[in-house]
Structure formats: structure tokens, C-alpha cells
Design a protein around this ligand. Sequence first.
Ligand code: DX5
Ligand code: ZN
Length: 222
Amino acid sequence: MIKLSASILAADFTRLGDEIRILEKEKIPYIHIDVMDGHFVQNLSMGIPTVEGIRKITNLVLDVHLMISNPEVYIEKFAEAGADIINFHFEAADNPKKIIEQIRAAGKKCAVTINPDTPVEKIFGIIKYVDMVLVMSVHPGLGGQEFMVSSLERIKKIYNYIKKNSLNVDIEVDGGVGLHNIREIIEAGANVIVAGSAVFHSKDISADIKRFNEIFEEFDCG
Ligand code: DX5
Ligand code: ZN
């Protein structure tokens, strides 16, 4: 099943609760929360209190994307705050296998995230240990960037690896995704779709989410 993960980086923080109600009403399954530390990426964004606050007001799946150095220091804290899926960056991990074990020990779903400049083959050895691979289709750190078309080939390679090895691993794509390019992204093999601007900067959020869902259904049924 193809799922939308709405990235609240693009939401209006003065009315975040209302924005989340809309996601619930439109049955968006995942909320994507971008954590930036000003070190692994230049920007600062949200952190543990944000996850805690959102956890209090919704049962939607919290898909937490850690764009931080030393992720191993924070895994338990984000797990306690209420994250359901913890995405760490391959580039930030000295020992990815250990971080995966840490996330599992905390009882959470685990995703490895890969930057556009990192060869996809580098993560092949650990794909069998994770629930999801998050393919960055922009350089991390900023919302509203343009989708890097080279990501399609990267998604395909990961998809082929997963199929060849009969693994049950989702592929999430993050950055520059919208109604204009969603079909080719799904065709490449992604099934968890992060959308920030495409959801929260839309003139009619409900209508656009419905359009996303209609396209997902076409693929799910076809
Ligand atoms: C970028 C973030 C993304 C971002 C996507 O570093 O990881 O999740 O919010 O935003 P859009 O969908 O606007 O490109
Ligand atoms: Zn993200």
C-alpha cells in the first residue's frame, strides 16, 4: 500500500493542531517530523518537545527523520517522546548496525536514510535489518527544494535489490515531491511518499490530498 507522510516542516506552526486535524480527517497515515541539529545539516528545526507535543494530540504514525550527528545519543529520547518510526542518516552513523539494534530495542520501526551524494550500494548490506529505506531526493536541511531527477534511478536500484533478495522493506522518498511527479516516483518503486509544500502550501489541502490518494489507489489496485 502506498502511503503519504505529511512533512510538518511546511506547516503553519501557529496552528499546528488544526493542520494535524486536517491530516486526520483526510486519512493521511504518517506525520513526517524533520529534526535538524545545525551540525549534520545547517538548519535548526524541531526536536524532542515537538514530538512529545504532537504525540499528545494524535494517534497518527510519527515518522521522525533525524538529520543529526551522533544519532545514537538521541534514539531512546525520541522513542520515549513518542516516535513510531526512527529514520537515521547512514552518513551520520559510525556503526549503523548498532543504531538499528538500538531502535529495535526501543520497540520502534527503523529506517536508514541516504543522501543524494551517497552511492546506494553502500547501504545494501544493512537493508535486510531495517523496515524502510528513506531516499533523499533533495539535499537535506530545507523544505521546498526541487526534486532531483537522479533519485528515480536510485530508488529503482534499491527497489530491485529489495525484490531480488525477497525482503519486506518500504522505500520512502523525501524532497520536492508533488502531484506533478508522483507517478514516476511510484513507478520507480517508492511506496511511502513525504510531502511538505505539496500538502501544507496547497490552496486546497483536502482536494490535493484526495488527488494523491486517487493516484495511490490506481497503483494499489492496478
Ligand atoms: C528536507 C526535509 C523534508 C522536507 C520536504 O530536509 O527532510 O522532509 O520537509 O519538503 P518538501 O516536500 O517541501 O520538499
Ligand atoms: Zn524529511
